[in-house]
Structures are given as structure tokens and as C-alpha cells.
Write a new protein. Sequence first.
Length: 146
Amino acid sequence: MKKILYWVVGIVGIMQLIRPDFNNPKVDPSVALQSDPKVMNILKTSCYDCHSSETKYPWYYNVAPVSWVMANNISEGRKALDFSNWEKIDPSVKLERLKRGKQLVNDALMPKGEYLMMHKNALLNPKEKKILDDFFETELQKISVH
Ligand code: HEC
């Protein structure tokens, strides 16, 4: 029994040596999303940790395998949709992301469940969902009229 315990502790210990590089790229305010404070508050609380350069890193992000899961979420999340790079997103790509964003938020698929476990305040209530839905709709209109 003891032997197994030593192995587990050893392996978990070795896992800690593989450390993702958690760094936030610099935010350029001229290309970052600017919107109504109500919208910004919700996005910053529920989406920015994976979809912007303003990620906040709690201490447990340093513990593998949480660190690996979150490093993956952050890099894939920024690739899919980066609010810090908002003005630079190609309009046709933005259109798709906004449409998808509406669905994901209304179907409670974003923010991701694994994230909500440790970030209870990121869970969207119906009022917040509505505010985000209106935001996505307004942004969609901006693209369609151009
Ligand atoms: C824990 C990290 C995390 C949080 C928090 C999060 N997302 Fe995501 N999101 C991802 C990842 C990773 C992807 C890319 C892979 C995928 O689609 O699952 C993604 C993809 C997306 C996409 C693109 C999907 C597509 O198919 O093109 C949209 C839109 C999106 N997220 C919206 C949001 C919104 C809006 C919020 C906040 C309400 C949010 N996300 C919160 C991690 C996150």
C-alpha cells in the first residue's frame, strides 16, 4: 500500500515540473472591446479569463493538472474569440462568433462547466444572459449594415 502512495506522490510531483507559461499579452486599448459598463462587467466576470488578454490567475492554476487544463482553455479560448483584439477580428469571422456566442450563452454552454466549478460568480443569471444576447445582437447589426 505504502509503495503505491509513494508512486502517486512522486508522479504528481513530477507533473508539477511541466509548467505552462501564464502570461498576459499587453492590451492595446485602441483595438480592445469598448462597450456599455453593464456588458463589460458581465464579460469580464464570465468570459475574459479565457477570451481576453486580461486573464486572472488564481493560485491553483499553478497546480498540475489544473494548470494544463487552464493553459489549454486560455490559448484555445483566445484563438476562438479575443475581446482584447476585438477591432481586429475579421468581420466575417466576428459574425460567426457572435451568432455562436448567442447560442452558447443561451444554452448555458459558455462559460465552460469546468470553469464554473471554481468560479461560481461567473454563472450567468437570466438577466445577464439577456444583456449579453442584446450585446451580441447589436454587434451583429453593426456588421450587417456595413
Ligand atoms: C474556461 C474558459 C472559458 C470561458 C470562461 C469562456 N469560454 Fe468561450 N471558449 C473557450 C474555449 C476553450 C473555446 C474554443 C473551443 C471550444 O469551442 O470549445 C471557446 C469558444 C468560444 C466561442 C467560439 C465557438 C465557436 O464554435 O466558434 C464563443 C463564441 C465563446 N467561446 C463565447 C464565450 C462567452 C460569451 C463566454 C462568457 C459568457 C465564454 N465563452 C467563456 C473557453 C472559455
